[in-house]
Design a protein around this ligand. Structure first.
Ligand SMILES: Nc1ncnc2c1ncn2[C@@H]1O[C@H](COP(=O)(O)OP(=O)(O)OP(=O)(O)O)[C@@H](O)[C@H]1O
Ligand SMILES: [Mg+2]
Length: 225
């Protein structure tokens, strides 16, 4: 799906303090199947931007469309199902349930999807195979290394066939070998036509991305290669 942001702003109001403008009039078009890296220092608005693109949050101004569908105008329930069906997430801290098995973690998003329970096992088998993680199916997440956890998180991001995967500092807690492995997996997904958007302060992604953007004080600009 083609993602378009038009004049997107997000301000936060903290009690009686002046509003913080975390994002300021962002215009951005993300083509299906592209790999985009958005760089910025801490507090620049990266997570705010990703949460808006990911339909976790809604802008205070502007429009965000997926193939012309304005996701900020959807009801909360419709936005949640849109997110579950179309968007996968990868976070620095994995956001897995530590005391459950890999398999249970992968099944969780399926319970909120249109898939029938009879299909769950096959989907889990397929995604684990894709990421070369089949041997870990019954393992509890808290027994895995950071790199293995992030591969499980990526498998989970894929269970509902997303058109886009949004990554917030996906390798922030990983060593360089695991970082390389995650990047290679993201590139393989891109080759399958999945859009990849990474926000990070780590320039490592810019070597692999199709397009690099800079976010500074909530303002997004193109980085020329
Ligand atoms: N829920 C919130 N309420 C109030 N202010 C917020 C909220 N979320 C973010 N902000 C503010 O918005 C600005 C951007 O924050 P954001 O989390 O998007 O930055 P970031 O680039 O992801 O930083 P980091 O690299 O540290 O994760 C910051 O000034 C932050 O304090
Ligand atoms: Mg952040």
């Amino acid at each position: 799906m083609k993602i378009e942001l038009n004049g997107v702003s997000r301000s936060y109001r903290n009690g009686s303090n002046a509003a913080v403008n975390a994002l300021n009039k962002v215009n951005l078009t993300i083509e299906q199947g592209s790999f985009i890296c958005i760089m910025g220092v801490s507090g620049s608005g990266k997570t705010t931007l990703l949460n808006l693109i990911g339909a976790i949050d809604v802008p205070t101004e502007g429009r965000i469309t997926y193939d012309g569908i304005d996701i900020s105008r959807l009801s909360d329930a419709k936005r949640s199902s849109f997110r579950n069906e179309n968007i996968g997430f990868l976070f620095q801290d994995y956001a897995l349930i530590e005391y459950r098995s890999v398999e249970d973690n992968l099944k969780l998003p399926l319970y909120f999807s249109e898939h029938r329970p009879g299909e769950f096992d096959k989907i889990v088998t397929d995604r684990l195979r894709m990421l070369d993680m089949s041997d870990f199916r019954k393992r509890k997440v808290n027994t895995l290394s950071g790199g293995q956890k992030q591969k499980v998180a990526l498998a989970r991001a894929l269970v509902c066939n997303p058109s886009v995967i949004l990554c917030d500092e996906p390798t922030g807690a990983l060593d360089s070998a695991s970082t390389k492995e995650i990047i290679e997996l993201l590139l393989r997904l891109k080759d399958k036509g999945i859009t990849i958007v990474v926000v990070s302060h780590d320039p490592v992604f810019t070597q692999y991305s199709d397009r690099n953007l800079l976010i500074k004080d909530g303002v997004v600009s193109e980085i020329q290669n």
